[in-house]
Ligand binder design. Sequence first.
Ligand code: ZN
Length: 199
Amino acid sequence: MEYYSKEIGRLIGELSTLPGIGSKSAQRLAFHLLNLPKDEVNKLAETIVSARENVHYCKECFTLTDQDICPICANPNRSKKTIMVVEDTRDLAAYEKTGKYEGVYHVLHGAISPMQGIGPGDIRLKELIQRLQKEDTEEVIIATNSSLEGETTAMYISKLLKPSGIRVSRIASGVPVGGDLENIDEVTLLRALEGRTDL
Ligand code: ZN
């Protein structure tokens, strides 16, 4: 990166650490930012800093929120008897977009992956168990991705919950294998939810 001055090189370097941003995209973004009016760049920078500062986990479901309890958990019309377990906040958003799910969620922030050294203790599983001990849950719907990691996590949770007597179900395989929930259309998601099977 010697053909760019130090400051430009540093900006490109930082941008290229972002997911999905290779060195070409990083250069394009860097020059876009350098050409923006200063106040627009300030606004962008402030938005990033403020979001990082104020966004944290919901105390109940562990989704990312800027409140103590997220709007879904705080909504009295949502049934706490059904908990849908998802890998991350984007998956939650995918199901929320369907507008048809009336229960609450539990966000794991990852999936079990022996290959990557991610064990049950590395995701928010303990918190799910604690929640189930406190609450009067009737069903846990496992909506982890249909990747190897997602399936491993689903099996693990189902075994863990078996003795509790709580109904444990898995969303149907309308979701393509290896598919990320966030990329799947709403109709397919609803079909997967409606066609869920007991584990
Ligand atoms: Zn919540």
